[in-house]
Design a protein around this ligand. Structure first.
Ligand code: NAD
Length: 532
């Protein structure tokens, strides 16, 4: 692992990386990664590295001939063993002074930062992110651990003195961990969304069983590697790989799981949300999909709007939960805006994301490519105009991968399914509106409520937008991304409506508390355990 590289902080709002040293460091990391592909990794269960009897291939969407890694097909028994290991480790971890817990997780954060290039290169090969996106994902993971740790520390471990009705009475409120959290993570932020929820749970004193996406298990595994190298005690973090239908299902059904964090699609998340609390209440945080709108008013700086929309619609191929997938533009400026956007989309380099100049790599799998193709077909047959894109690259280097082109569609009715359904591919629909009120009505007429953006120079429009839009994360005039690019401690990130269940966002100041429940402690007299 390289530890000597001088570090420039990469976030999702980093627009370019002219830093030659950074580029060369990433290239070297890709070479190291390529030299180590195809290894079989074990599951992490207590102090055991378990290989299992059957494995699956973690193939690269860049070139499906490339097996990035092999992982065990975990079974329900493996999950039960991981839960038992987590239960066994729980009391000691809970009773570890929180300063010591934080020290271990901060050490892990530093290791992740030190290994940023190697972890990011593997992630690029595993899921097809370009280098800035992959470096951002890794650094976000480290910053999530740091941020949640800092919040925990700022709150002094969430112990608060309360009042007393007599001089003999000592009282306090204490937030205490639940026990064992299951974490189910998606492919698209494969380290940050495995590491952030797991980190929040562990900082609060819980132990964890992680099931990473089968499209991106290696990034989850590397997070576990950093924890182990930071000295996390055995059993505090466990990792079981395999299908959602068995490994994920056992996690949600097993009574040994006290709480759950799921990040992924609405369909899976809602089912899980219902079934997890079927027999008795258990905390569950579900962070789900989005159909994120941007609104462009006539007062907008159209270049800024086109740039912000382009970055959010096509960054990581539209495979961010926050991706901008529909635009409502003031009819008056619609053509000018679309022309600018198309010009910017034309400048996007699509191809192998390990290459320095590639901005858009492949989508994650054949299913995603099929979704893209079907959307383009539907747009054509339903009277839409494909302003740019709508095609799949299938030549030379892209032949064995999944490479859609950035696509902009106009002319569809606003009630068309392409304005409603989350597609999770680089496919943007644009509708014309006559007023901000109409734009807001359309924007809010959605089952989702994750992110949204507006471009306007009119203060009253911005105020109306902020007061009316139904979304957990909103941006105004953001060139770096109309609806994307949240960072720990800078933008809290969580969904409203069908996009999220808890009303408390990740990356923000109310997150870590969700992994704890309140206990009110009253001790009469001077005897007994120390209390404030
Ligand atoms: P997905 O729902 O297909 O899978 C997510 C995880 O759930 C994977 O680990 C998968 O194996 C597991 N899973 C699948 N079936 C399961 C079952 N029956 N029981 C338990 N677990 C099961 O999602 P994905 O394709 O990996 O990710 C993309 C989706 O995630 C998009 O909808 C995106 O908007 C959403 N997402 C949301 C956020 C957010 O913060 N709101 C962040 C990232 C991604």
């Amino acid at each position: 692992m390289s530890t000597a590289t001088p570090r420039m902080k990469i976030t999702y709002a980093t627009l370019s990386a002219d830093n030659e040293e950074l580029q060369l460091s990433f290239d070297a990391a890709v070479e190291r990664a390529r030299a180590n592909l195809g290894n079989t990794y074990p599951m992490l269960i207590g102090n055991e590295e378990r290989t299992g009897t059957e494995t699956f291939d973690d193939r690269s969407p860049i070139d499906t001939d490339l097996v990035v890694a092999r992982f065990p097909v975990g079974t329900r028994t493996d999950v039960c063993d991981a839960i038992n290991a987590a239960r066994a480790a729980y009391p000691a971890w809970r009773d570890t002074p929180w300063g010591e817990r934080l020290a271990i997780l901060r050490r892990a954060a530093d290791l992740i930062s030190e290994r940023q290039f190697d972890y990011a290169a593997l992630m690029t090969l595993e899921v097809g992110k370009n280098r800035l996106e992959a470096l951002g994902d890794v650094e976000e993971t480290a910053d999530l651990l740091r941020y949640y740790g800092d919040e925990f520390e700022k709150a002094d471990g969430f112990v608060k003195p309360l009042g007393s009705l007599s001089p003999m009475e000592r009282t306090r409120s204490v937030l205490r961990p639940y026990g064992v959290f299951g974490v189910i993570s998606p492919f698209n932020f494969p380290m940050a969304l495995a590491g952030g929820p797991s980190g929040g749970a562990m900082i609060a004193g819980n132990t964890v069983v992680l099931k990473p996406s089968s499209d991106a298990p290696l990034s989850g595994w590397k997070f576990g590697e950093a924890l182990r190298d930071a000295g996390l005690p055995d059993g505090v973090f466990n990792l079981v790989t395999g299908p959602g239908e068995t490994v994920g299902a056992e996690l949600q059904e097993n009574p040994g799981i006290d709480g759950m964090v799921f990040t992924g699609s609405y369909e899976v998340g809602m089912k899980l949300h219902r079934s997890f609390t079927q027999d008795y209440p258990r905390p569950i945080i579900t962070e789900m999909g989005g159909k994120n709108p941007a609104i462009v008013m006539r007062s907008a700086d159209l270049d800024e709007a086109a740039e912000g929309v382009m970055r959010s619609a096509f960054g990581f191929d539209g495979q961010k939960c926050s991706a901008n997938s529909r635009v409502y533009v003031d009819r008056e400026v619609a053509r000018a805006f679309v022309d600018k956007l198309v010009e910017k989309a034309r400048g996007i380099t699509v191809g192998d994301p390990t290459e320095r100049d590639t901005w858009m790599g492949p989508v994650i799998n054949q299913r995603a490519l099929d979704t893209f193709t079907k959307a383009a077909d539907d747009a054509r047959s339903d009277g839409g105009t494909i302003e740019i894109g709508g095609e799949v690259l299938r030549d030379g280097d892209t032949e064995r991968g999944f490479y859609p082109t950035p696509t902009v569609v106009t002319g569809l009715p606003l009630e068309h399914r392409l304005f409603r359904d989350e597609l999770f591919v680089p496919f943007l629909v644009i509708g014309e509106v006559d007023s901000l009120e109409q734009a807001l009505h359309e924007a809010n007429d959605s089952a989702y409520g994750l992110t949204a953006g507006i471009f306007s120079r009119d203060e009253s429009e911005v105020t109306l937008f902020l007061n009316t839009i139904q979304a957990g994360v909103v941006y105004v005039n953001r060139r770096a991304g109309a609806t994307t690019g949240a960072w720990p401690g800078i933008q809290s990130f969580g969904g409203w409506k069908g996009s999220g269940s808890s009303g408390k966002s990740g990356l923000g100041p109310y997150y870590v508390q969700q992994f704890m429940r309140e206990q009110s402690q009253t001790v009469i007299g001077d005897e007994g355990p120390p209390i404030l």
